[in-house]
Design a protein around this ligand. Structure first.
Ligand SMILES: Nc1nc2c(ncn2[C@@H]2O[C@H](COP(=O)(O)OP(=O)(O)OP(=O)(O)O)[C@@H](O)[C@H]2O)c(=O)[nH]1
Ligand SMILES: [Mg+2]
Length: 265
């Protein structure tokens, strides 16, 4: 991925450590008494039900706030943000719809490279879910130019928002396709970015159930190789089509943006 090394130059130590501080505090909420970062992620059924209820309430009120190519054009209203990145067609836009229980709030497409701008979705004035362009092949642009477009747009966004509005980044990996070269570079890029992020395996419905664990474990191994301390220990696995794995993600996002904390739930 060209230009990913630029992240280091952009990020000051200050924003990085501030960002990590926030992330560690989430970890404390999510996994009380966390030892290192290898502890499990086991929210109670009650907590997951609460998260689903919360999103049942806020989902219908979610609306498109605006698009930006450059951050000067981003919405002026500041809210905590959770962003979605990953290869083109990995299912970023579909996942935002699924989390919110909406069918058509975010536009999706079979053609890779459909999302070209930074799209802000205002979730009942509590947070923004931010849909970003993907890296990899883009219909009409090809892979090189598609990825260059991603780097240009995402780099500025991540750099500017780290340690400020951006509370965490969801790095999506296609569960059926597995980790590709571009995804490895994305891991590297996230290490340089330094802000909190978590890995989400998408399209799990395309994999036979007996293979789920194997694929999840393969991603854990890759995570270990990078040993990034800004990567949340748990790997999420979802299907936007079959609506599985969403409660955990809703719960995690609620903690990220501070809608609820685990003690109350
Ligand atoms: N089977 C299955 N298909 C999915 C799932 N999520 C998304 N898709 C399909 O994958 C295709 C791409 O989905 P998008 O949500 O548009 O992907 P994206 O990552 O936003 O893609 P770009 O905007 O092009 O970067 C669409 O045809 C979706 O219907 C899923 O969980 N299961
Ligand atoms: Mg999209």
């Amino acid at each position: 991925m060209p230009g990913s090394g630029d992240f280091m130059r952009f990020l000051t130590c200050h924003t990085k450590s501030f960002s990590l501080l926030i992330w560690r505090s989430y970890c404390q909420h999510v996994v009380p008494g966390i030892q290192g970062y290898n502890a499990g992620f086991n929210p109670t059924k009650r907590a997951l039900d609460r998260a689903d209820k919360e999103f049942d309430l806020i989902g219908p009120k979610a609306s498109f706030q605006g698009s930006a190519l450059k951050l000067e054009d981003a919405p002026r209203l500041k809210l905590p943000e959770v962003a979605f990145i990953g290869r083109t067609s990995v299912g970023k836009s579909s996942l935002i719809n699924a989390i919110l229980n909406r069918n058509k709030l975010v536009r999706t497409s079979k053609k890779p490279g459909h999302t070209r701008l930074i799209n802000f979705f205002n979730i009942n004035s509590k947070m923004y879910l931010v849909d970003l362009p993907g890296y990899g092949h883009v219909e009409g642009l090809g892979s090189k130019r598609g990825t260059e477009h991603f780097v240009k747009v995402a780099e500025t966004y991540l750099k500017e928002r780290a340690g400020k509005e951006l509370r965490s980044v969801c790095l999506l990996i296609d569960g059926k396709v597995g980790v590709k070269k571009n995804d490895l570079i994305a891991f590297e890029m996230m290490g340089e970015f330094g802000g909190p992020f978590q890995v989400i395996l998408t399209k799990m419905d395309k994999l036979p159930k007996p293979r789920h664990q194997e694929v999840i474990e393969a991603v854990y191994k890759i995570k270990e190789q990078f040993s990034l301390d800004n990567c949340f220990p748990h790997v999420f696995a979802v299907s936007s089509t079959e609506k599985t794995g969403l409660s955990e993600l809703r719960y995690f996002i609620s903690l990220n943006v501070g809608i609820k904390n685990s003690e109350k739930w």
